[in-house]
Design a protein around this ligand. Structure first.
Ligand code: NAP
Length: 322
């Protein structure tokens, strides 16, 4: 690292900075640390990323009994740190200025300069964007069953899970431990989830699917807590209120790429466009994981992409990647 002085700040020129601390970020950090490049990881607000909001991960190879999502992330972090990765917890990039001779990351009052940047910022929960959702967040509306499902306000109560993917099925199944009934509200009459997750959810006697239904509003704003959801049947057009104490929204994700808009090439949904390999359109900037993947979005694919980004960054630093 070369020390350079600019605008009154002591700025360390880094070889590699990684934004994000999910599977992609930690794997990139591990590879770069083992290449002796001393990467810096800015973990973002949620260290460990979305996997820390899941329960047991059953499809990460090497764990026949499954592995707790948070534990997996901690172990990946420990492994990267063991080889020299530096980690700044809870630190986010407010802005980036990309270009030669160094990419700049503005975070609070600091500017960090780096020769290579790996964007592994992941994705956040998609919102329903209906009346009552925002007002009742933390008052019964939530985006994470594992985080909030065991709260007293949900115990032995009817709960609603919105969505038809793996997340919705996983959340609904998890919530049967606490709820009296779990209504799985989906906008179509067929789940998108994988067969195993769908069968597990639909085979659970506590889970009642509500097909062809969209949420029009979350009820209970005047009471200061969720009392139900107003649903519209998409086949008949009729609206009705389903009473519940909690709404668990599991309708997918949006990539965390806002600060890169108009700076890195992305598609209309905000996913970074990569290629060849992990390269973005900006020299020395690489992408990995859910922020650049709207197709596979698995822990193992994110880890693989993190590995690719690290190898590409390493080759770029060695002058072998133009
Ligand atoms: P997803 O597969 O994109 O599913 C999102 C679901 O929400 C879909 O059923 C979609 O309906 C519905 N939806 C989207 N926007 C909506 C809206 N505005 N209103 C109502 N419904 C809406 O997302 P995911 O379930 O979070 O899964 C993301 C990825 O993570 C997937 O690749 C999945 O396999 C993976 N994952 C894996 C596991 C596991 O294996 N343990 C667990 C969780 C997630 P349509 O079906 O009509 O499009």
């Amino acid at each position: 690292m070369d020390a350079v002085r600019r605008e009154g700040y002591e700025i360390m020129m880094r070889n590699a900075v990684i934004l994000g601390s999910g599977c992609a970020g930690w794997t990139a950090a591990l590879y770069l640390a083992r290449a002796n490049l001393k990467p810096l990881v800015l973990t973002g607000a949620q260290t460990g990323g979305l996997l820390t909001t899941t329960s047991i991960v059953e499809n990460f190879p090497g764990f026949p009994q499954g592995v707790d999502g948070t534990a997996l992330m901690s172990q990946m972090m420990e492994q990267a740190q063991k080889f020299g990765a530096e980690v700044e917890f809870g630190v986010t990039a407010d802005e980036v200025i990309l270009g030669r001779p160094a990419h700049k990351i503005l975070s609070g009052k600091r500017t960090i300069e780096t020769k290579t940047l790996i964007v592994a910022t992941g994705a956040g929960h998609r919102h329903l964007d209906v009346p009552g959702e925002k007002e009742l967040e933390t008052k019964g509306v939530t985006y994470c069953a594992t985080c909030d499902g065991a709260l007293p306000m949900f115990r032995n109560q009817p709960l609603v899970v919105v969505g038809g993917g793996d997340s919705a099925c996983e959340e609904a199944t998890f919530l049967t431990r606490f709820a009296s009934t779990v209504y799985l509200v989906h906008r179509r009459d067929q789940l998108r989830a994988s067969k195993i997750m769908a069968e597990r959810a639909l085979g659970n006697p506590k889970i009642k699917p509500v097909w062809n239904s969209v949420v029009e509003s979350v009820e209970g704003v005047s009471q200061g807590k969720v009392t139900g959801v107003k649903l519209k049947d998409t086949t008949t057009g009729k609206s009705s209120v389903l009473a519940c104490a909690g709404v668990f929204v599991a309708i997918g994700h949006v990539p965390n790429t806002q600060i890169f808009q108009k700076k890195i090439k992305m598609d209309e949904a905000g996913y970074l466009q990569l290629g060849p390999g992990s390269r973005t359109n900006i020299e020395g900037v690489f992408g990995a994981g859910d922020c650049a993947d709207k197709v596979y979005r698995q822990a193992i694919t994110a880890a693989g992409m993190g590995c690719m980004a690290a190898i590409d960054a390493e080759r770029y630093l060695a002058g072998g990647l133009s």
